[in-house]
Design a protein around this ligand. Structure first.
Ligand SMILES: Cc1ncc(COP(=O)(O)O)c(C=O)c1O
Length: 411
């Protein structure tokens, strides 16, 4: 009976569809709506959404000015390879940010724009996953919990998603090298994220060196999602994977993804980039020609200016530091509170993440995300997100002070 309902839900028409897509679970926000929409929040409290990682900090005024000044270009089809100015701004930023050797990142060869990184991360699986590897179904590895796009991409590309636990015991960093030889041999692609979403763990340069070495040993594509790289706690910025490539000048098999959504608070501008292996980027651009959706020319212009400006980025980072100070004061020593090294999420151990999510909504009008919705069951049947909730610290300090107070009272 349940299966029939599911089939009816997934296949509204009696038509042939790709059966692989039946494996796609409901997206976390859809599950959250299913959990909370039937319940009411208190009438006397303003509801606050902390479930979505959509920064509410301001973005620089020059964004609007540049879009306006370039508005005559909305009539033109934009180039999928980006503008030379955009690619130059990105290559210069990467070189500065990661102290790469001058000339290592060539704007026209090693950089490709994307209209936000989500679709580009998704598309990469179609490039990186062959029909078989080592004579069997290819595997795509990812941390568990994980950004959902990775699993969807793996399934859609015909691979087996393999979830590698990122638990408090291992500093929330997955140990890919510890997997069975059998799995590593058929691994076509690894998705990794640093700083991680949701736990905010930052991989050291040594960790990234080992991961790059593993990708060369087993000949898989390594995708490192570095979209939270500019939001960190402390004085030292997170290491980047291109720093590892700089050691021998080889970028083959490595792609890094960066986005303006979190760095510059322009999630709606839809602008990011992928950098690394020049051959894969040639293919990436070719796929863009067939089915991609490049950003409009005024967006490339605004994005280039954002990559050239660091002032708004450090101001933004300082706002997060203040809010984590606040969280530390209000929540400290409770719910396994720790200060994430990077990113803007609290990952709180509340015992039962789904029950806490319901309570926070019903009693405090706060919409958080149960950790289990961001994780898959591990081999032992245990879901590493079960005990947690994810709280996006994306609102301003005044709202967050109120929210954290409500949270501490309710839980
Ligand atoms: C880990 C991670 N990667 C990538 C993205 C995609 O960001 P965008 O498509 O806005 O660049 C997100 C957005 O929430 C994310 O959390």
């Amino acid at each position: 009976m349940t299966t029939q309902t599911n089939d009816a839900h997934r296949r509204p028409h009696d038509r042939i569809v790709n059966p692989r897509l039946d494996e796609l679970p409901d997206y976390p926000f859809e599950r959250l709506r299913g959990l909370l929409d039937p319940l009411s929040a208190p009438k006397n409290l303003d509801p606050v959404a902390l479930s979505l990682g959509e920064p509410q900090h301001p973005y620089p005024d020059f964004v609007g000015e540049i879009l306006h000044a370039n508005r005559h270009l909305y009539g033109k089809y934009p180039p999928v390879a980006g503008t030379p100015d955009f690619c130059r701004a990105v290559a210069d930023w990467l070189t500065r940010r990661y102290a790469l050797p001058q000339g290592m990142v060539e704007a026209e060869r090693h950089v490709a724009p994307c209209a936000g990184t989500r679709e580009a991360l998704f598309r990469t699986a179609f490039m990186a996953v062959p029909p078989t590897k080592a004579g069997r179904q290819p595997a795509v590895l990812m941390p568990n919990p994980f950004y959902q796009c990775y699993a969807g991409a793996a399934i859609a590309a015909g691979a087996e998603p393999v979830f590698v636990s990122a638990l408090v015991e291992n500093g929330f960093l997955p140990d890919f090298a510890a997997l069975d030889e059998d799995v590593l041999a058929r691994t076509a692609l690894v998705y990794f994220c640093t700083p991680g979403n949701p736990q905010g763990a930052v991989a050291s340069l040594e960790y990234l060196e080992n991961l790059v070495a593993l990708s060369r040993q087993y000949d898989f594509t390594l995708v490192v999602d570095e979209c939270y790289a500019e939001i960190y706690n402390g004085a030292t910025p997170p290491a980047g994977t291109l720093q590892v490539c700089a050691q021998d000048g080889i970028m083959s098999g490595v792609l890094v993804f960066h986005s303006l959504s979190k760095r510059s608070n322009v999630a709606g501008l839809r602008s990011g980039f992928v950098a690394g292996d020049p051959d894969m980027l040639t293919l990436f651009r070719q796929l863009s020609e067939y089915g991609g959706n490049p950003s409009p020319l005024p967006v490339y212009a605004a994005a280039a200016a954002l990559w050239r400006d660091e002032g708004h980025v450090s101001a933004n980072r300082a706002l997060y530091v203040e809010k984590f100070d606040l969280a530390e004061r209000i929540l400290s020593n409770r719910f396994g509170f720790y200060r994430p090294e990077g990113g803007f999420f609290l990952w709180l151990d509340v015992g039962d993440g789904e029950a806490a999510t319901v309570e926070l909504w019903r009693r405090a009008g706060l919409r958080v995300l149960p950790g289990a919705y961001l994780s898959a069951d591990s081999g032992s049947g245990e879901n590493p997100g079960n005990r947690y909730i994810r709280v996006a610290m994306v609102h301003d300090k005044v709202v967050m002070a109120d929210v954290l107070g409500r949270m501490a009272e309710t839980l």
